[in-house]
Design a protein around this ligand. Sequence first.
Ligand SMILES: *Cc1c(COP(=O)(O)O)cnc(C)c1O
Length: 342
Amino acid sequence: MIDLRSDTFTLPTPGMLEAMMKAPVGDDVFGEDPSVNLLEQRMASLFNTEAALYCPTGTMSNQIGIKAHTQPGDEVICEQSAHVYIYEGGGIAFNSGAQVRTLEGDHGRIRAEQVATAINPDDVHKARTSLVCLENTSNRGGGSCYDLEEIRRIREVCDQHRLLLHLDGARLFNALVAKQQAASDYGHLFNSISVCLNKGMGCPIGSVLMGSKDFIRRARRIRKVLGGGMRQAGYMAAAGLYALDNHIGRLAEDHNHAQLIGAALMQTDYVESLLPVSTNIVIAKIKAPWKPAQITELLKAKQILALPVSPTQIRMVLHLGITPEMAAITVDTIRNLKLDDL
Ligand SMILES: *Cc1c(COP(=O)(O)O)cnc(C)c1O
């Protein structure tokens, strides 16, 4: 099977497994796991933040960030398809008692002017706007990425209104590679950054939350409260260290495969349109009367797994489990799919 449903289906490579087996470990709740400590130091220095915290999932690191930045009754601004809003089980309300103001963005990206107009005035009738969340790359936006210039403008609006700014950077490494941006430019633009290691970076588990020392000290307490204080987590952190050394540069290959697959989909009878392909995600709108599930069933019969992600769309995500040969087979299969079998 060629599994393109998500980049969360990646399995550790032999090299990664070996690094995990050899990892020096300790009790991380006591701060004594050398592999976790090293991963946190390396991520903080890479992204130019004071400190970092290793978390079990990206959902937890986002939720910790939001909890640390808000009070119950506050309002959080984000794009309407943001993961923190639609895919985290209502966590903003559940964990932080905050409410959400959504904006309609351009493929998941919001602009500084939109943020400015969504901030509530200082008025007892209104929720206190305290936090803005961006997502880079945008998952539902089809892997779109922000220009640093727009992020800088949003940061200025946040500074003018004393708002904090969190980045859901689940696939931030994809954005850095695609936009040729420096990780070190991100630290001073955000109050917190969450980066997933369990997506295209190929780790079985793990995300890293970054920010100031004071923020990370508070985040560490919240992680414990949420049940995310892990003991010998160094076996997992070692996978993250291995990924930092070996899996960033190769993301360009995934982006290249995504372009090839996107181009092939566009030439078929069953695809109406495609979200712009900028990183490793391809989202295609299926032409009526065909339904996404019918197309994914036909692909499955040819050993290719894609995911219906809405009543009209299918998604394919490239990752380190997909070799150039597998990408070529996918392109071929897409081109030769026989719809009269329906
Ligand atoms: C995957 C993802 C997350 C976190 O997911 P976990 O499965 O909890 O690690 C957060 N934000 C975005 C945009 C994602 O795609």
